[in-house]
Design a binder for this molecule. Structure first.
Ligand SMILES: *[C@@H]1O[C@H](CO)[C@@H](O)[C@H](O)[C@H]1NC(C)=O
Ligand SMILES: *[C@@H]1O[C@H](CO)[C@@H](O)[C@H](O)[C@H]1NC(C)=O
Ligand SMILES: *[C@@H]1O[C@H](CO)[C@@H](O)[C@H](O)[C@H]1NC(C)=O
Length: 507
């Protein structure tokens, strides 16, 4: 969170100094005029150093035989020459009233020979010609410095909010006629048309957006080829994040709809901030909640349990001072609908359909079987490979042709957009009829077969007994004996084969 004071908010930076006058470091030339550019509100240093040659010649006497007097010649407000600051032999500093709290020279000036005048903050009326007289050993050295002031002015309702027109203008104390003004936003030249208009060099932004915040520079070109530029850090009070955010929530979960300002309103000197949440339903706004907190920039609307009917559009309107800014937030609800309502029995054909209330068309769905254990530690991604048995693909619908015990547990449907995972929903699959598991099925089959075989053998024994009885009375069918003798061992052989098969199945 950035705490930006109003003073910082109005921070400008002077970039380019007057061409032909850039003399970095020390100005030794007596009587030679230097020009220094400063923007109103910043600090300026008017350089004046005692030449090293002189200091070397008489360094021992420098302390007690030196004094400096800064004077100003003319200027917009004061036409006559007047004293600005004086440092006497004793080191005593005297400053004249109009600039008293804003001007200074280094305390160590008499020792190190740096008599530069510092003005902080500079005002537009400070522009003018300055002269320093450094008296040393009955010699007088003079420094001439011309101070040029560049002013960047912002005309806008306070605070600067989204969609409220604003006007940026630049002027300078340079006397030549202005030929051209160019504007740069974050280092890029701005073509004045449409959203940005230029009016006599001023830049107007009719509907400022959050993207218009940042570093603006003006570049002034004069008829004498002087080029001056200054920058302005434009801060717009708006909302953090995307313009029309969509929040994805699983049905049954809790959700916070975001409403976060780009800056703490107190940084703009605003103490009363109120956020009104409403819902856009059937063409009108329904009040939801009112939040008030002057020490926060975040005003979320909380829904403890999201329902399918909560999906839709919400509006957060924040009153900052006399202005109201608003942002629409869409709540999209992710749900899972099973094809079977109520308990799912083993072996049934199940479809789990994942759906999203607000589709934008680029969404992808992915199903994952989290784990049958409640710890959710083991994750199984339902890829094409391990879903072979389910013959399901990546998509909103998960198909389980035959529900089995290994399908129990939590299934997660995740929704992905081009920007990444948007949200997800979990579905807990519980299966009924778990006592009828696969191995006992085979076992009961074995029992049935054995029972049938026993009954068959009993029947055969009965027939045999009957035949023997009949033979004892009248031996009419001699072939029957042979038939029985052949049939019975064959059945026994089959039984053995079957038992082997069963054992194989059981392993
Ligand atoms: C001279 O003093 C000014 C402030 O009065 C300071 O900004 C500047 O850096 C000093 N110059 C040198 C070379 O120390
Ligand atoms: C520049 O404009 C500001 C604001 O309009 C004004 O106060 C200042 O005097 C102007 N400066 C010059 C040098 O014209
Ligand atoms: C206001 O916001 C601050 C910072 O987020 C928080 O610490 C404080 O509890 C909030 N006050 C109220 C009444 O919600």
């Amino acid at each position: 969170m950035r705490l930006v004071s109003l003073a910082q908010f109005l921070t400008f930076t002077l970039l380019v100094f007057s061409a032909g006058h850039i003399l970095p470091g020390v100005a030794q030339g007596e009587g030679k005029e230097r020009k220094v550019w400063a923007r109103a509100g910043s600090s300026a240093v008017l350089p004046c150093h005692l030449s090293p040659r002189k200091m070397w010649k008489s360094s021992k006497q420098l302390l007690d035989k030196t004094s400096v007097l800064w004077k100003r010649h003319g200027g917009s407000a004061h036409q006559e020459t007047h004293m600005v600051l004086e440092v006497g032999y004793s080191g005593l500093q005297k400053t004249a009233l109009p600039m008293r709290p804003r001007v200074s020279v280094q305390d160590s000036a008499l020792r190190n020979g740096n008599f530069s005048l510092r003005i902080n903050p500079v005002r537009s009326e400070d522009a003018g010609l300055y002269e320093a007289q450094v008296a040393h050993n009955k010699e007088v050295q003079t420094c001439w410095v011309e101070l040029g002031v560049i002013t960047v002015t912002l005309r806008s309702p306070h605070p600067v909010v989204e969609n409220e027109p604003l006007l940026l203008s630049c002027n300078s104390s340079h006397r030549a006629s202005l030929v051209e003004t160019r504007w740069f936003h974050n280092g890029r030249l701005v073509h004045t048309s449409g959203t940005f208009c230029s009016l006599h060099g001023a830049l107007s932004i009719l509907r400022p957006a959050m993207s218009d915040a940042g570093c603006w520079s003006c570049q002034l070109r004069y008829s004498d080829n002087e080029v001056i530029s200054a920058t302005y850090n434009l801060q717009i009070l708006g909302f953090d994040g995307p313009k029309n955010p969509v929040v994805y929530a699983a049905a049954g979960s809790a959700v916070n709809l975001p409403c976060t300002l780009s800056y703490l309103p107190s940084a703009f000197g605003i103490s009363v901030v109120t956020a009104h949440w409403s819902r856009l339903a059937w063409g009108h706004l329904q009040d939801q909640s009112i939040l008030q907190n002057s020490s926060s920039r975040s005003f979320p609307h909380r829904l403890p349990v999201v329902d399918l009917s909560d999906a839709g559009q919400y509006r957060c309107a924040v009153s900052v001072g006399s202005k109201t800014i608003s942002r629409d937030v869409t709540l999209a609800v992710v749900t899972v609908t099973p094809s079977i309502q109520g308990p799912v029995s083993e072996g049934s054909h199940l479809l789990l359909i994942c759906s999203l209330t607000h589709l934008r068309g680029h969404e992808r769905f992915q199903w994952r079987h989290l784990s049958s254990a409640p710890t959710h530690s083991k994750l199984t991604v339902a890829t094409d490979r391990n879903l072979e048995g389910h013959r399901s693909k990546m998509g909103p619908t998960l198909e389980i042709p035959q529900v089995s015990q290994k399908d129990t547990g939590t299934w997660e449907c995740s929704v992905y957009g081009p920007e990444g995972r948007l949200g997800g929903v979990e579905y807990g699959l519980q299966i009924t009829g778990a006592q009828v598991s696969s191995p006992p099925t085979i076992f009961s089959g074995q029992v049935t077969f054995g029972l049938t075989l026993t009954l068959f053998l009993l029947l055969m024994v009965c027939i045999l007994a009957l035949a023997l009885q009949k033979r004892a009375r009248s031996p009419a069918f001699p072939a029957l004996e042979g038939m029985i003798a052949v049939t019975v061992p064959r059945k026994k052989e089959m039984e053995e084969n079957q038992k082997e098969k069963i054992q194989q199945t059981e392993c």
